[in-house]
Design a protein around this ligand. Sequence first.
Ligand SMILES: N[C@@H](CCC(=O)N[C@@H](CS)C(=O)NCC(=O)O)C(=O)O
Length: 216
Amino acid sequence: MAIKLYYFGLPGRAEVARLCLHIAGTDFEDLRFSFEDWSKFKAKMPFGQAPVLEVDRKLLAQSAAIDRYLAAKAGLVPEDLWQAALADQAYCYCHDLMQPLYDTFKIKELDEKIAARKAVLDGPLKDKLAHATKLVEAAADGYVAGPTLSHGDLHLFSTLSTLTSGWLDGVPKDLLDSYPVLKAYRNKIASHPKVKAYYEKAENDDDVRRAYKPDA
Ligand SMILES: N[C@@H](CCC(=O)N[C@@H](CS)C(=O)NCC(=O)O)C(=O)O
């Protein structure tokens, strides 16, 4: 199978897919383009958006579809249907968690953006992180969907790591200090041998991904 993944250099909406491919040990072309080069790819993408996965010249868009497909191939979707649904639940919640911040992306002026994000941090994000804490506390085995790592964990890990990476102007790197359960959980997933190995690779040694390492 010839596999390519198209996305910007950032972790963003492609990091779960990259992690799944890495965990499965799949050879793939990781096409990381700059914002300037995006126009060269946009027309080829099914919805004019990235990420897109190419498998033997067939294109698949929408990060949730890509991640579910690659997670299944990597053995990360639990066989038990209830546990698989729990993994999806955590996965989907990450989008809800980030939505109030996504809404600030369109603000051009930096001070205005930071002020809008402060309102998000003091309001909806607190509530979302409190619910995420309950989700993790309910995870008896330390993973959100049973005794082993799933795509739900990878997405929650990636979301929490992005939040503390400093990439989002106005969101402090020590945000999770107020959420010790989430901080410990993020560290646990970061310490999973296969996840840890991914962030030890030279191509993943960048400012944002440094926040994806254990004890970051
Ligand atoms: N629901 C889509 C959203 C994709 C999306 O918004 N991608 C953004 C980057 S994160 C994009 O392609 N932006 C460039 C554009 O729309 O021209 C998914 O999850 O894949």
